[in-house]
Ligand binder design. Structure first.
Ligand SMILES: [Zn+2]
Length: 263
């Protein structure tokens, strides 16, 4: 069977094992059903997720011009502490920024390769954790806007990581840690402004990924360069497809690539 369309972050569902989907304009794939099957990927062209043009993708699925223009790619996305909508201050489009920033946000601890702190909109729990390949996660604060989540994260970064080691995550060289204990250690470092929003009694969420075999020696698949690839799918973790020959393909990082997929 042949499918084609522009790659975007895979939608997921938290079940006993995470369920993954690929949604194209005219096609829909349940990725879990492709496990143990041979898949061919071909890069056909670019399709910017904003303007739709066949222009080289710069970042986050957008072409260079869109990345530096549209409100969906403002600096406050990656650095929540730069959010200013709560002050009525515009970055690129105040209406959009108010809609996204002035809503409940979660500060969490997640363990994908090591314990890290992160921020997400409340509506993105547990999606965000799945996308990062976390096998356990815990909400520690629920704040009313993105700015407060950002300053809490910045304060905690001095005491806990804020990055995932994706190689460790994909090889599944992981350790179980009590995130509840970690939270209790970290609470003292939070800024005063967020103290009313601490979640003291939340429990960890466990996440199981559909993986039959973890890669030993990772090799990243660069479909833009190689143009074509065929391999047997052995698992999905985070936003990565894991193949039998130890190739790994980050679907999210390849957003904006228009591909053909043969099963
Ligand atoms: Zn564009």
């Amino acid at each position: 069977m042949l499918f084609e369309g522009v790659l975007k972050k895979m939608p997921t569902e938290l079940k006993e094992e995470v369920q993954y989907y690929m949604v194209f304009e005219n096609d829909f794939l349940h990725v879990n059903q492709l496990l143990n099957q041979k898949i061919s990927l071909s890069f056909l062209k670019y399709q910017c997720l904003n303007c739709g043009k066949d222009k080289k993708i710069f970042r986050q699925g957008f072409c260079y011009d869109c990345f530096y223009e549209i409100p969906q790619a403002g600096d406050w996305i990656m650095k929540p502490e730069l959010s200013t909508a709560h002050l009525e201050q515009e970055d690129r489009n105040l209406e959009y920024e108010k809609k996204v920033q002035l809503q409940p946000h979660i500060v969490y601890l997640a363990n994908s390769s090591n314990v890290k702190v992160g921020v997400t909109r409340k509506t993105q729990v547990p999606t965000r954790w799945i996308d990062q390949g976390a096998h356990e996660a815990l909400e520690i604060l629920e704040v009313p806007n993105r700015y407060l989540a950002g300053i809490a994260e910045v304060a905690l970064k001095d005491h806990v990581a804020d990055k995932t080691n994706w190689r460790t995550m994909l090889k599944n060289e992981i350790e179980d840690v009590s995130l509840e204990e970690k939270r209790n250690e970290l609470l003292q470092f939070l800024p005063e402004e967020v103290e009313p929003y601490i979640l003291k009694n939340n429990k960890e969420t466990e996440i199981n990924f559909p993986v039959l075999r973890y890669p030993k020696k990772l090799k990243s698949l660069n479909i833009e360069k190689s143009r074509e690839y065929t391999g047997v799918l052995k698992g999905v973790k985070g936003q990565y497809l894991l193949f039998e020959d130890d190739r790994v393909f980050n679907v999210r990082n390849n957003a904006g690539f228009y591909i053909e997929l043969k099963v």
